[in-house]
Design a protein around this ligand. Structure first.
Ligand SMILES: *Cc1c(COP(=O)(O)O)cnc(C)c1O
Length: 460
């Protein structure tokens, strides 16, 4: 008699046969010698992902940084069901609807940026911001201002246009001939501090380098693009807000747009609703996605100023911004976003998170003080630790041990991080902190080579 195939195994097999999974070397899932197990998920609730056989995993990275208030949140679910009863979708050219109007008004009130242009994913928001900036200058008679400058280690998505400003070799190298590379200036990453330097010193040094670059290239530059406060894909590289203040001053001085990509750090991750609030500045373009719908549906938005909007407002059609996506401003996604904004108000989430962040920091203390950990750091609800390890595939090995502990944690290179949903409670925090420590020791126990003694670990 043949062994009955388990529900998990059956879904895994069918997925591997038919689905090409993102950001994955598929051979790592190969049945012969699985380097990384593929986990079929049947349902999710709160911080938990449940498989088909009674195992559960604590989603400690919010499913790639999208989830805010836990999975399957009743308020967001109710809003979506209600919306499905009235309007599923309508094209946004020539038509409009309540959810997109209301969402745009609320985002304008929150950011001071009065015009909202919608896309579907983070990368499409990056594309929109870059195109809008260059087209703005063209409409202003400055077609020569069409280059961009980004920060070392920056990540802004993986479509061909977004890759131009994404400085992560692993994601870009194979496509280099397709990409019109942007310039790159040094990162304000606080880990780059020389002895005696503060994070603010590093930020000032990086800002000076941006200033030098702009002094030479501003005439041909449309915009500077920055991930404010945390460069997440670079390995949760954190910087002092003074960098953003200086970048704003430099952009004003040199007549260059400031694009802030808050796709990952927006909606409370860094402690404030938007990261740039901590620098007391306003960007010319703000890109939002990921947490925008609380992690339920794909939606992105680029918010911009009256001045940018006015440069497109004209009798001539071609001076308009003719960009579009089929699902631009999808009513369901907008309703999910409105329900998410309501949750910030109803739960006083930003203030609650202050306490949750402190509590988690205490629970994570054994990891922060682990002899192999360097640069323990935290901003809001983002926690990160660099691990000294001789294992080149530390991240993958760690992820496997974390799954064995019932945790979804995927280090970036040698950087272990946690970015849990805001609703994580004390007991769940304890499970996370203990399991993460156990997985760390289990991974390090697999080492065979000598341990490196110092240094900022490599990226992805
Ligand atoms: C995830 C991310 C993107 C890309 O968003 P997608 O929805 O994956 O296309 C862009 N910028 C930052 C900072 C991100 O973290």
């Amino acid at each position: 008699m043949t062994q009955p195939v388990s529900a998990n195994a059956a879904w895994r097999q069918r997925s591997l046969a038919a689905v090409w999974h993102p950001c994955t070397q598929m051979k790592l899932h190969a049945p012969e010698g699985v380097a990384l197990p593929l986990i079929p998920v049947a349902r999710a609730e709160g911080v938990w992902l449940h498989d088909h056989e009674g195992r559960r995993y604590l989603d400690a990275i919010s499913s790639w940084w999208v989830n805010l208030f836990g999975h399957n949140h009743p308020a967001i679910r109710a809003a979506l069901i209600d919306q499905l009863h009235t309007l599923d979708h309508v094209m946004l050219a020539g038509f409009t609807h309540g959810p997109v109007v209301e969402l745009s008004e609320r985002l304008a009130a929150l950011t001071g940026l009065g015009h909202a242009f919608y896309g579907s994913d983070g990368a499409s928001a990056t594309e929109i911001a870059l195109k809008m900036s260059a087209h703005h200058w063209r409409n202003a008679g400055r077609a020569d201002k069409c280059r961009f400058v980004g920060v070392a280690g920056g990540y802004h998505g993986e479509t061909v246009g977004a890759l131009a400003v994404t400085d992560i070799a692993l994601f870009r190298e194979a496509y280099a001939p397709l990409v019109r590379l942007a310039a790159t200036v040094p990162s304000p990453d606080a880990r780059g501090a020389a002895p005696g330097e503060t994070p603010a010193d590093v930020a000032e040094r990086a800002a000076a380098a941006l200033g030098d670059w702009l002094a030479e290239h501003a005439h041909e530059t449309a915009a500077v693009i920055i991930e404010p406060l945390i460069q997440c894909a670079a390995g949760m590289a954190m910087h002092d807000p003074v960098y953003l203040r200086r970048a704003r001053e430099l952009c004003d001085q040199h007549q260059v747009h400031l694009v802030l990509d808050e796709i990952a750090v927006g909606f409370g991750r860094t402690g404030t609703l938007f990261a740039h609030e901590q620098a007391g500045i306003r960007p010319d373009f703000l890109c939002l996605s990921k947490g925008l719908t609380g992690g339920t549906l794909p939606l992105s938005v680029v918010l911009t100023t009256d001045a940018v909007y006015a440069a497109f407002y004209d009798d001539e059609v071609a001076r308009g911004f003719l960009h579009s996506h089929s699902y631009t401003g999808n009513p369901l996604a907008c309703r999910a976003a409105l329900a998410t904004l309501d949750l910030f108000d109803q739960t006083d989430a930003l203030r609650q998170n202050l306490g949750t962040s402190e509590r988690l920091a205490a629970q994570f203390a054994p990891i922060s003080h682990h002899p192999r950990v360097r640069h323990a750091r935290r901003k809001g609800m983002v926690f990160a630790w660099d691990v000294l390890s001789s294992l080149p595939d530390f991240g993958r090995r760690y992820a496997r041990h974390a799954l064995a502990q019932g945790l979804l944690l995927r280090p970036i290179g040698h950087t272990l991080y946690a970015m849990p949903p805001y609703v994580i409670d004390e007991a769940e925090g304890e499970l996370l902190a203990r399991g993460a420590l156990t997985a760390l020791d289990a991974t390090l126990a697999e080492e065979t080579g000598p341990v490196p003694v110092s240094g900022v670990p490599d990226g992805v």
